[in-house]
Write a protein that binds this ligand. Structure first.
Ligand code: HEC
Length: 364
């Protein structure tokens, strides 16, 4: 009898140990659907030890001022505070910038410990709200098999009513009295480098430059259609797209262009590395990832020369179909045949990956 009770307790403990409820908010859900609360994360680490990689994804400065637990294996921030910029309203906080090295650092942390991508990984942030599940998206499509997010975080959620309204006392690691300290473990902390700051600044500049380029192109396109129809717009596009790119590149000190595996202008054939990025985008898109948020950023060193590279996916919108779909107006077809005898940029459907913006900058 005793044995039976023990067994039952064991089964209950196991089944509840690593299975917090799936959050109702889609923003807090992940493609792995593996959720734990902070107590379960603690148990998991106690029971499985070095077989689990437990990552604190908060900003290291946030950790310095609010505390740390040595139960964590490593600090790999998902978002880094950018104190020179303000968050867009209505949030009244400094801007937080995504750490572009997040995934590669997770891969390295596993490797350093002799683990592979099938090992359970636990991602934990302040309250399980805005960083946990979004950080897991950076690991999607890269072979990770068991990615858990902690639903209540280190500080827990806010109390909604009463005298202590908005205090983080609802749940979470600290409120569960789990091990906590204001002494950080240097070996486990993330060190922000000048190179990473440079990369983040270049990503931000690239996004702005792409925004400007896209807006100018679309503006010109719409204007040309209005003034002289689609065939006129084709002439305008063919004459203006490159000079606009060159103009904006000069203004911003970056090189911007558009590329596509199915290109119209022969000048827009992707290079080998760009093709690889585009193929990777297509693969992720086929698996359901959102093209609007798809981007690649890297500083690459070849023969002692460093180059910054940023690529952003271009989805096919409704307007685009008029000149890039399989079936198009006969006059449009004739004009395209005249200007682009080797046109490959046809057969697109709405929502397809049309191509990408590519920004590069030589750094030395
Ligand atoms: C009026 C016809 C027309 C429409 C509408 C149109 N395009 Fe194009 N597109 C062109 C032409 C012409 C080129 C070649 C421009 C050049 O010579 O640089 C082109 C080139 C491109 C390229 C560069 C790669 C390549 O194939 O050479 C991309 C990317 C692209 N278009 C995306 C889009 C998207 C996205 C839309 C919808 C927002 C769109 N286009 C709408 C005519 C059009």
């Amino acid at each position: 009898m005793k044995y039976k009770i023990f067994l039952l307790a064991g089964v209950l403990a196991c089944s509840s140990a690593f299975a917090a409820e799936k959050p109702a908010d889609p923003k807090k859900q992940t493609s792995w659907n593996l959720y734990v609360d902070s107590k379960e994360a603690y148990t998991m680490k106690k029971e499985q030890g070095d077989k689990v990689l437990f990552i604190d994804i908060r900003d290291p400065i946030e950790i310095m001022f609010t505390g740390f637990t040595d139960v964590v294996d490593v600090n790999i921030p998902f978002k880094l505070s950018t104190p020179s910029q303000w968050h867009k309203p209505p949030k009244q906080v400094f801007k937080m910038t995504t750490n572009p090295d997040f995934e590669s650092l997770v891969a390295k942390a596993l490797k350093d410990r002799g683990l592979d991508k099938s090992a359970p990984i636990i991602l934990m942030c302040r309250s399980g709200g805005t960083r946990g599940a979004p950080s897991s998206k950076m690991l999607e499509g890269k072979g990770y098999k068991n990615v858990y997010v902690v639903t209540d975080g280190f500080e827990g959620g806010k109390i909604k009513k009463g005298e202590k309204k908005n205090w983080r006392l609802k749940n979470g690691w600290k409120n569960a009295n789990l091990p906590w300290s204001y002494k950080l473990n240097k070996e486990k902390m993330f060190f922000r480098t000048a190179e990473l700051d440079q990369k983040m600044a270049l990503i931000s500049a690239s996004k702005q430059t792409i925004g400007k380029f896209a807006k100018t192109l679309k503006g010109e396109l719409k204007k040309a259609v209005k003034e002289g129809g689609l065939t006129n717009a084709i002439s305008v596009c063919s004459k203006k797209a490159t000079p606009i790119a060159q103009d904006i590149s000069k203004q911003q000190g970056l090189t911007i262009k558009r590329v596509s595996i199915k290109n119209r202008n022969p000048a827009n054939v992707p290079t080998e590395w760009q093709r690889k990025v585009l193929e990777d985008f297509a693969l992720k898109h086929a698996k359901g990832a959102d093209l609007k948020k798809m981007a690649y950023a890297q500083i690459v060193e070849t023969d002692g020369k460093k180059q910054f590279r940023f690529v952003k996916a271009i989805p096919t919108g409704k307007l685009c179909l008029k000149c890039h779909a399989e079936k198009i107006d006969a006059k449009v077809e004739a004009k395209l045949a005249e200007l682009y005898p080797d046109d490959k940029a046809r057969g697109f459907k709405q929502g397809d990956l049309r191509g990408a913006f590519v920004v590069t900058k030589d750094l030395n």
